[in-house]
Design a protein around this ligand. Sequence first.
Ligand SMILES: *Cc1c(COP(=O)(O)O)cnc(C)c1O
Length: 360
Amino acid sequence: MSRVYNFSAGPAVLPEEVLKEAADEMLDYQGSGMSVMEMSHRSKVYDNIIKEAEQDLRDLLNIPDNYKVLFLQGGASQFFAEVPMNLMKNRKAGYILTGQWAKKAFQEAKIYGEAVELASSADETFSYIPDCSDLPITDDMDYVYICENNTIYGTKYKKLPNTKGRILVSDVSSCFLSEPMDVTNYGVVYGGVQKNIGPAGVVIAIIREDLITDDVLPGTPTMLKWKTQADNDSLYNTPPCYNIYICGKVFKWLKKMGGLSVMKERNEEKAKILYDFLDQSRLFKGTVRKEDRSLMNVPFVTGNEELDAKFVKEAAAAGFVNLKGHRTVGGMRASIYNAMPKAGVEKLVEFMKKFEEENA
Ligand SMILES: *Cc1c(COP(=O)(O)O)cnc(C)c1O
């Protein structure tokens, strides 16, 4: 067996310990005589798995009792529609456009009501986070929406926008559990787990209880109404059982590692190794304004498309895979999520140095 250093933006690297444990339990989960894949979601054994996963997540993020935790399906992209369906009472909301995922959510919201562009960094290819201290937010807006870490462009909000009293809805898909966060700053926090938590197929949503009501837009499907999911503890229908079980294992791994403050330190340390190299390199260059740099997704370029392609190819041959930038932006991107070991980043930088010497 040989494992590569996988810099994929998602689905992405998972902790090796978790994968090994899952392999050990594949045929017989804790004496049940079956795999978690084969188990009824109504069984006592599975009930323990999903309840424990929720509790561990609550512990990691210090989630207050007045917030519900939901395990949902449909990916983050389906949630783009769930937000207006469940929250647009006045049919008006504000969106801050910091990249493709924010834009897609914005476009989806337009199907249901008036989605207002509050700010955008499109003028400089989304390479920065706009100033959000005094946005044109009005009292009739049902919420303000952000994408907190921009997976494709490599930016991250270091300070949350001033929402002028409106509730904040945040897509944290690619920074989920990478550092501590104060859930009470948000009405809704959600993310697809396939970036930093688990296998694709689960969305975790943390929603303030008073926002979960029967007062949803007409035509909202039963499954997409948060109240349906909350009233049934995410077991209204068959959930993605196995994937939630793996998420639960990752939560336990994070707790064992020391929790989210420790993860933040580790992630800062890893990102610094790469950014410090980029800042002094004669060949490679980071593409994001320094103060807005993501700890999770690090885009960079050589400035020469052919050289970029050569780098991606040679890196893959050396065991550093999935470094090609998103198809819409080109260049390279190294996603260095929680499960990427420091050694992976150090060795990548060594490889980049060598490539620079040979090609600069
Ligand atoms: C990947 C990603 C999405 C889309 O996720 P799907 O689960 O594929 O729908 C949305 N938002 C962000 C920030 C992402 O990184």
